[in-house]
Write a protein that binds this ligand. Sequence first.
Ligand SMILES: [Cu+2]
Length: 172
Amino acid sequence: MKLKTLITAVALATTTLCALAHDAVEVQNAWARATVKGQMATGAFMTLTAKDGAKLVGASSPVAGVSQVHEMKMDGGVMKMAELKGGLELPAGKAVELKPGGYHVMLMDLKEPLMKDSSVPVTLIFKDAKGVESKQELKMPVAMSAPAGMGKPAAMDHSMHNMHGDKPAAKP
Ligand SMILES: [Cu+2]
């Protein structure tokens, strides 16, 4: 499991655009928002593509007491967020974006601040069409805001190959 985590993390940090073909759900552009001292919660963001369709039903992280799949929406003119009780639907082959202001993985009860330029382990829990649960371990880079180049359509242009020129966040 350790090795797989490392490979996933390095792949995320360097060649995010290359499909992680062995996983049922492809994870791209993952990052978590850095926190300041005393801040108890933050969001983690990414683009998920489930080849055969799946649901993101939960998450966990050693740095957070509670991790939930959240959505943000307008409610009577006020932006509110709440747990997506049934999980986040990932239609087959369709990229679903988790981003600030929309869906996100909420890390709560933080045990330590998330330092900018570090990385945070997050495990995503998926359910496939048959209801079979699978887990995917990631190491997400921690940043103040979406790293440059993220949030654009993946196939936009070839300069995207260099968008993760930053050093790999992974440590064994
Ligand atoms: Cu939230």
